[in-house]
Design a protein around this ligand. Structure first.
Ligand code: DGY
Length: 345
């Protein structure tokens, strides 16, 4: 699909993206926009090389693509100056290779913060209250009447929420869980989450003044401390390489809830399946997987797992926002403006 065929700058989007604002932005600024209409979900390096061709000023790509040495050298040879992921995470992008070939890299932070945090909260609740299991039970016609033991789950109020990676998304999630369910906080991050700490303190004072039990917070010295002490743990590192995987040594709690809306490799999925099998009271909510789009054997059979297909940023407003920011990143570099999200500048 080609927009503004006579535009001066050739920009490629490897996928169709939601909304029209991003398209208008590019064509109004003299870009010839080519949107790849290839039906297969994941484009290979060869597919993208063919799209780049001999001349290309910038590319908007997707987190499913492998943006390394081969693609950045080809883009640079074609005169390309900019690449933007339509995602905040950029573990699919070799930023060093981009630097080497003089290609600016953009990502799309900010617009997905609340949407992603809301999905992490949804998965926490779904796991705590066994919603998917109970839904399947109803649909299978198994409900014969109220029973004292039927789908007994966890009460969140007064429990501890653990956040690993207290950046924008981790902090938004923590606030939802603290304010919504009066949970205490333990977090681990290399940087101090001052605003989050202030929020918990102020909210705790408010609860106390209202005659309720105040909430508390603690900054953990290690990721292991959070995994040991929290009742509900949500993983939010920006890059999977920033934290060691939740593997056999780190997964030892028998009744906690673990949520992952970051990247699959943060959790050792084989170890997780074993842990879920051995600890039926341990529950997990996963939006991402080690080898997407696949799940490790056994995971799909686990009743104590809620699994969704990488949809944490999937609200209309957010997806349109991601597309707009990605277009602005590429356009900004081509036209010499600043790049919004810029892990390599
Ligand atoms: C991201 O932005 O990194 C999410 O995984 C998808 O929106």
């Amino acid at each position: 699909e080609v927009w503004n065929p006579n535009g001066k700058y050739r920009v490629i989007s490897t996928k169709s993206m939601p909304g029209t604002r991003w398209i208008n932005l590019l064509i109004e600024q003299d870009c010839r926009l080519e949107i790849c209409t290839e039906k297969k979900t994941i484009l290979s390096v060869e597919d993208i090389l063919a799209l780049i061709g001999d001349r290309c000023d910038g590319v908007i790509g997707q987190l499913t693509e492998d943006w390394g040495e081969t693609l950045f050298s080809a883009l640079s040879r074609a005169g390309g100056k900019a690449f933007s992921n339509m995602a905040v995470g950029y573990n699919n992008v070799d930023v060093e290779a981009a630097n080497k070939y003089g290609v600016a890299v953009g990502n799309t932070p900010g617009v997905l913060t609340e949407t992603t945090a809301e999905l992490a909260a949804s998965l926490s609740l779904a796991a705590a209250r066994r919603i998917v299991e109970a839904d399947e039970f109803m649909r299978a016609g198994k409900y014969e009447g109220w029973l004292p033991h039927l789908f007994v789950g966890n009460l969140l109020k007064g429990q501890t929420v653990g956040v690993i990676g207290a950046g924008r998304i981790g902090s938004a999630y923590a606030r939802m869980m603290i304010e919504g369910f009066k949970m205490n906080l333990i977090y681990y991050d290399l940087y101090q989450a001052t605003r989050l700490e202030k929020f918990v303190t102020a909210y705790g004072q408010f609860l106390k003044a209202s005659g309720e039990q105040p909430v508390t917070w603690k900054r953990a010295a290690s990721m292991e401390e959070v995994l040991r002490e929290a009742d509900v743990i949500s993983l939010h590192p920006i890059l999977d390489k920033h934290v060691p995987p939740c593997n056999k040594e780190r997964l030892h709690d028998e009744r906690a809830i673990l949520v992952n809306c970051s990247r699959g490799p943060v959790v050792d999925e084989v170890a997780l399946v074993e842990h879920l099998r051995e600890n039926p009271m341990f529950r997990v909510g996963l939006d991402v997987f080690e080898d997407e789009p696949y799940m490790k054997p056994g995971l799909a059979d686990m009743k104590n797992a809620v699994v969704v297909p990488h949809i944490a940023s999937a609200s209309k407003w957010t997806r349109e926002g991601l597309a707009t920011l990605a277009a602005l990143n590429v356009l900004g570099k081509i036209k010499g403006y600043s790049v919004w999200g810029n892990p390599n500048s």
